[in-house]
Structure formats: structure tokens, C-alpha cells
Design a protein around this ligand. Sequence first.
Ligand code: SF4
Ligand code: SF4
Length: 391
Amino acid sequence: MRIKGDGSIRRFYEEENRPLYSKVSVVKCAGYEPAGVELAVRNTVNLLGGITNFIKPGSRVLVKPNLLMSKGPECAITTHPEVVRAVIHILKEINCQVIAGDGPSVWGKYIENVDQVYDLTGIRKVCREEDVRLVTFDKRRMRAKFPLTTWLDECDHLISLPKFKTHEFTLLTGAIKNLFGLVSGTYKTELHKDYFEPPEFAKILVDIYQEARPALTIIDGILAMEGDGPATSGKLRALGLLLGGADCVALDTVMAKIMGISNQEVLATKEAARRGLGENQLSRIKIEGEDIDKLNIRPFILPVNSVKINKLPLAVKKILKSLIRYYPYCLDPKCIHCGRCVKVCPRQCIRLSARIHFDYKKCIACFCCQESCPEAAIGVKKSILAKIIGL
Ligand code: SF4
Ligand code: SF4
């Protein structure tokens, strides 16, 4: 059995004549102390019926955390290695062969140093200690219209381990967005360049989800991120939750609810539900574990960027779009002149001399520069109209 567009778990369920559920488990976990994480991850899976509901014993499983960039787990940019370790333990108990890896942020001519990412995020240490093969996504095969890692072909199941974060371009990054890391190399840049409107980019994310659906997803929201996520410009948020499920649409819907966002605002979730790929109606999602209404979670601070314009009616949006704009700018004292933003910009509109200069005529407001900046040195400024009407 190999991971295909219709999802190996779906076929597994059908083979066993079991019902399909849009079930999401929500489990509290106060911190990253290993024993506590292990217990919480086990509860997350057990509330869904146990690991064998998703993974065949003895199979080969690709585990894909979110390893966006070379930062330590305390920054909450990447999936914590103890969450990965707990999943490895569960899979080993049913004699699975585990392979771990991710395609970190790759933009333009700049390729994130994967070795450094694996070292700093702590994933290499965990894989070494657990005797798990850690791979890079350097080989690819065209699936649908995307060059996806061939490790999908080599494995029977995919387990996705996203991080619970806001995202300046897609509003949130959770179950569906984590799959963007399956796209190989600089093709990610091409997608950002060609599909720079949020609704178009959302369709791309859903295309990828349609092609490579994980058997199981566990979202690390123990230490989450709010504000200008998903990288160094975001703010840490101690949330203390893990979310699990097989339906990424349902997972992102519950995640949006916890963040205080309407599910209609998350374009990828909306598009995936429209295509019948999952459930985005909370009333039709069975939440096991914590009652999220009783958790009294303060709404997340959302990114200050162009996503907000999507809340406006289409006609109004068309009229105002050229006037309501968001621009990256450099917070000079923080900038270390590493030049990384220059290399990642899909429109080549950043120039580095004594200072960073942006060509706003060419800028498409994708905020890849902000996402890749290691020093949180890129902020977002609003046009005058955006300020006046409070967007
Ligand atoms: S803004 Fe950030 S990415 Fe760009 S040169 Fe400065 S520190 Fe590097
Ligand atoms: S300068 Fe504009 S186009 Fe270039 S990466 Fe930043 S936001 Fe995107």
C-alpha cells in the first residue's frame, strides 16, 4: 500500500468496513516535559480509537513535523521534538518502520540549510536516540501538478505533525498548510510567485491535500504562536493543547474556533470543504476530550496583513484593493544584514546596501521575507486608508 490521493487511511477503513468519522480529539498538556507529552499524545490518539484505527501494524510510516527554519523548539516555530518522539514510540509498539523528515522553507535561490534545521530544531537528536531514519526531501516526483517528495511513494502512511500558529498569508497554519512542506525545493517559490492572491494560494494548498492526505494529524499547540506568525515575528502563546484527527479540514476548523476565527475566514478550509474533502461545520465534528467552549481561551492576536481585506465583500474589495495595502519594512536596529530576505523574495524586489530597500511597485505582499527573517527584523505597515478604516 502506498500513499495516494484518496488517502491510505480511507482505503484501510473501507477494507475493514468501518465507519468514517470527522472526529477531532483535544487534549491538555501543560509543557514539554517528555513523560507528560507522551501521555498527552497517547490520549490524543486513544480518544480517536487508537493508532491501529489509522496505521496498519508493521507498515512504513513517514512522519512529517513542521520544521520551517533553523530555530530551537522554544521559539514555537517548529513542532517540538518530544511530540515527534511520542509518536515514534506509539508507532514502534505496532512494529512500524518510522521515517522522519520535512522540506524546510526554501525560497528563491536560497535553500535553508537542512542539516542546520535538523540540528537546531532538535529533530536529529530525537531520531538518533530513537534509531529512526531522518531523511531530506531532495528527490521528487510530479503528483498532480506538484513535485512532491518521493518519500510519499516509499511509505505506506503519512503522519503529519503541524505546529499551531497564525500565518500572515493564510491566517493560520495547521493541518492543511503543513503539507506544503511536501513540495520539493524551489518549486515552493514558484507557487508563491504564481499564486500570490490568498484565494488562489488556498486552492494550491487544497490541491496538495487532495493528493497526499495524511492518515493521522496531531497538531502541537502546547506552545502556540499568535500575531505575525509563522516565524520570528510571531508571539509565543502558551495554549497547552494537542489536537488530533484524520480529517484535516475538521482539525483546522476546530483550530480556527480555538483561535477565535470564523471558519469562513480560513480560505483553505473553506475550499477543502467545498470540494468535499472534509468537514468544516463544527456541528458535524465530534470533539473528544476537552470541551473547547469551556476552556475560556482568549482569542488569538491575528496577523496585521493583507488577509484582512478578504473579509470585505468582493465588490468593495475590488474598489479598495489598490488603496488598502500592507507593506513589509525593515526594523533597522534588528537587521543583521544577512541578506536572506533578498534571496527569498519571489519578485526580487528587495535590495541590500547600507540598509534594506523594498520596491513596493513590484511587491506582492506575500511576506515570504518576513517569514524567512531570522531576526524578526521585518515589520508590516499599512496604507493610509487601511489605517483609517481600521483594517
Ligand atoms: S531584514 Fe532580516 S532577513 Fe533581511 S537582511 Fe535583515 S536580518 Fe536578514
Ligand atoms: S518584498 Fe514583497 S514580494 Fe518580496 S518577499 Fe517581501 S512581501 Fe513578498
